[in-house]
Design a protein around this ligand. Structure first.
Ligand code: TMP
Length: 223
């Protein structure tokens, strides 16, 4: 239906390190624009001026925050991003594609860092409810741990030169990333209606883009 094209949507891309989200968000954004949609692509932590400052603090500040404080900082950045960028765009009828959102806080902080501590899971859940902005669709990119971490390492070197430091999450140990992957699996199983899973093992970026564009077009037509 033509009129539906003008209805805004909030779509998030999630996954562990090196799952290919950032490459896909650019490619998918271009394809949706070419199909006539108004698209905003953005990322977390970050996406607004204040939230980008918090990103820098969180990823490269070298501060030893408690797990609860770290969760609050991610949500402080998120509230600014939602209020200043995401909600206005969706209300203006645009499609917002966001690289990570609150599912990353659940996976990285509550599962990865907190090892599934129920108090941290409940905290993230409560803050989620307070943000009052739930994705209409979440695409979860799944990749095996070795491939993902290898890709993330290669990207860090390519962007910043040999020997550039990884951010605090990229440089966490393997068991941390196993718990993150387990967290994403648990969240996707708990909300099957919101999640679409995409296997991103293949190096064929264009095929994955086709799959994701297809998923989003189907979602936009059916809703
Ligand atoms: P990026 O590498 O996808 O840009 O994300 C930056 C890092 O921040 C990544 O390692 C995941 C981490 N992160 C969290 O730990 N919690 C969050 O809530 C978000 C949005 C990201």
């Amino acid at each position: 239906m033509a009129s539906r094209k003008n209805t805004g949507a909030f779509i998030t891309f999630e996954g562990g390190e090196g799952a290919g989200k950032s490459t896909q968000i650019r490619a998918v954004g271009e394809r949706l624009r070419a199909a006539g949609h108004e698209v905003v692509t953005t990322r977390e932590p970050g996406g607004s001026s204040g939230a980008e400052a918090i990103r820098e603090f969180l990823l490269f500040g070298g501060h030893d925050l408690s797990a609860r404080a770290e969760i609050m900082m991610h949500f402080a950045a998120r509230c600014d991003h939602v209020d200043q960028v995401i909600r206005p765009a969706v209300e203006a009828g645009k499609i917002v594609l966001c690289d990570r959102f609150f599912d990353s806080t659940m996976a990285y902080q509550a599962y990865g860092r907190g090892n599934g501590d129920p108090a941290l899971i409940n905290m993230v859940q409560s803050l989620r409810d307070l943000v009052r902005m739930t994705p209409d669709l979440t695409v979860l990119f799944q990749v095996d741990l070795e491939t993902g971490l290898r890709r993330a390492m290669a990207r860090a070197v390519a962007i910043s030169g040999q020997g550039a430091p990884l951010d605090r999450y990229e440089s966490a140990d393997r068991s941390f990333h196993e718990r993150v992957a387990e967290g994403f699996r648990a969240i996707a199983e708990a909300e099957p209606g919101r999640f679409a899973r995409v296997a991103s093992e293949s190096e064929d970026v264009a095929t994955i883009t086709d799959t994701v564009v297809g998923l989003i077009e189907t979602f936009l037509e059916r809703r």
